[in-house]
Design a protein around this ligand. Structure first.
Ligand code: UDP
Length: 370
């Protein structure tokens, strides 16, 4: 008999398994895929750590979380500085003095803030949706060229129907600083995320190709408690209706050239280009292999955002009002499941970044594991 059955070997499940094991509990991890890591899984292609389920850049202000992960990985000095491509015009992200200079020709912070002030006047009162929030942060020009198209492609919804908080994730700066994140710590685990998860799961039993929901009686019989990191609505057989997710489809290409776009991420912010962004994976590790040699080839992924339907991988919870209410109803059911802990982006239907996932599982462990 196991003390804990952990369903899903992503960041949440793996860390829970590690902490429980360290406390002397007997743990079994199962995953329906044939590899660990959930969506942070990376695999080696042409010597490059390829982020198979989308680019992951670790960043955090949480020292406890950062120190925790240092036990399992050494992080490189990667800093995310995506470039926005609007119909061939290139802009720096996040919104900063380089962006304002290219957009309006302004050269000083004073001129830039005067431009923004003038353009935000059209919004009065508290912004009610993403469009109003964006215009009130950076004005209409930037909204039209760098936000509207990208956001509508990414979420498949009009910016007026999306919550304001999504855009508040992005910094706006009156300095020449292209660092996308306001984070004290940032980087990519050297050797890939898979290696980090393998280090976390070291010596813990993991079974692959196992779908908990297809055979729950068998699995429930094996353990005293279950840590479930899959979609919460699937756990309850969608009985209160489905929660909506956005999914992502990747078109991956290995190119026989050393440098395709000169940056890890290029966002295509116009409405016409069908993909949202192109990731060139080698630049997460400065184009070098583990011995510091330049890599001759490159691998790129075009990212297409789509509405999730059964059979697709769920990526992003759609945290609007309708889904928020539905999740709250599922959460009530979940709270009554005394043997099951629900965790992670899918288990809690939250737009968690990796660091928030780590913080959340560590907090859960403190309460759960005596
Ligand atoms: N966003 C945008 N233009 C960009 C990048 C981001 O309008 O070039 C908006 C978009 O609405 C997106 C949000 O900012 O959903 C948050 O972006 P972030 O990069 O944090 O999303 P993630 O990395 O989670 O995909």
């Amino acid at each position: 008999m196991y003390d804990y059955l952990v369903v899903g070997s992503g960041l949440y499940g793996s860390i829970f398994a590690r902490e429980a094991t360290n406390k002397g509990y007997k743990v079994l991890v199962i995953d329906k895929r044939n590899n660990v890591g959930g969506n942070i899984y990376t695999e080696k292609v042409e010597g490059i750590n390829f982020h198979k389920y989308g680019a992951h850049i670790f960043h955090t202000n949480n020292t406890e979380v950062w120190n925790y992960l240092q036990q399992y990985a050494v992080f490189n000095r990667f800093t995310n500085s995506p470039v926005a491509n609007y119909k061939g015009e290139l802009y720096s992200l996040p919104f900063n003095m380089y962006t304002f200079n290219k957009m309006w020709g302004v050269t000083t912070p004073e001129e830039a803030s005067a431009k923004i002030e003038e353009q935000r006047k059209e919004i009065s009162g508290e912004p009610q949706n993403l469009e109003e929030q964006a215009i009130s942060l950076v004005g209409r020009d930037i909204y039209e060229k760098l936000i509207k198209g990208y956001t509508e492609k990414q979420w498949g919804r009009d910016c007026k129907d999306l919550p304001a908080f999504i855009i508040k994730r992005l910094p706006v700066r009156l300095t020449f600083d292209n660092n996308y994140f306001n984070a004290l710590y940032q980087g990519i685990p050297i050797g890939g995320y898979t290696k980090m998860i393998e280090n976390i799961l070291d010596d813990i039993e993991v079974r692959f190709g196992e779908d908990y929901l297809e055979n729950r009686d068998k699995w429930n019989g094996l353990a005293k408690k279950v840590v479930y990191t899959g979609p919460i609505d699937a756990f309850f057989c969608y009985k209160l209706g489905t929660l909506e997710y956005r999914s992502v489809r990747f078109e991956n290409e290995v190119l026989d050239i050393p440098n395709f776009q000169g940056n890890a991420a290029m966002n295509y912010t116009d409405r016409e280009t069908p993909w949202t962004r192109i990731i060139e994976h080698k630049w997460f590790e400065f184009g070098k292999d583990e011995n510091g040699n330049d890599l001759p080839k490159t691998i790129i992924s075009r990212e297409y955002s789509s509405e999730w339907k059964p059979g697709d991988e769920p990526y992003y919870p759609v945290n609007d009002e309708k889904n928020g209410k539905r999740y709250a109803a599922y959460k009530e059911l979940a709270d009554r499941e005394e043997k099951v802990i629900f965790g992670g982006r899918l288990g809690e239907y939250k737009y968690y970044d990796m660091d928030a996932t780590v913080a959340s599982v560590l907090e859960k462990c403190k309460g759960e594991l005596k």
